[in-house]
Write a protein that binds this ligand. Structure first.
Ligand code: FES
Length: 111
């Protein structure tokens, strides 16, 4: 996987997620990034219970209290910083992480 420009943004507001498309082996995939404190984390937008997007397409990833990421299909809860599923049908599994960074006014996927 090569370095890819994902989105023309300079920062991620706390408590919000930004979705992006990226290429893996020539196939378009969807991911999302969020900032937590001074860290930026990103994951593939795919639940570990079934191969469905967490947000069901509407861009909402967080629980109402903002404490967890939630899969809208069956309610699996994931820790935002680690991607670990802590409640639901895939407890113990983790979202697939992606390495991202800000540079030159954009968010980049780093191989
Ligand atoms: S598809 Fe995500 S919890 Fe079932």
């Amino acid at each position: 996987m090569k370095r890819q420009r994902l989105a023309n943004i300079k920062a991620l507001p706390e408590g919000e997620a930004v979705k992006f498309q990226f290429q893996r082996d020539g196939i378009s995939q969807e991911g999302f990034a969020l900032s937590i404190g001074d860290q930026i984390v990103a994951y593939e937008n795919r639940c570990r219970h079934l191969p469905l997007s967490l947000d069901y397409g509407d861009g909402r990833f967080f629980t109402r209290d903002g404490a967890h990421l939630i899969c809208q299909s069956h309610g699996a809860l994931y820790e935002p910083l680690t991607g670990l599923c802590v409640r639901g049908p895939c407890v113990g599994a983790s979202l697939r992480p992606l390495k991202v960074e800000f540079a030159k006014g954009a968010l980049w996927l780093v191989p």
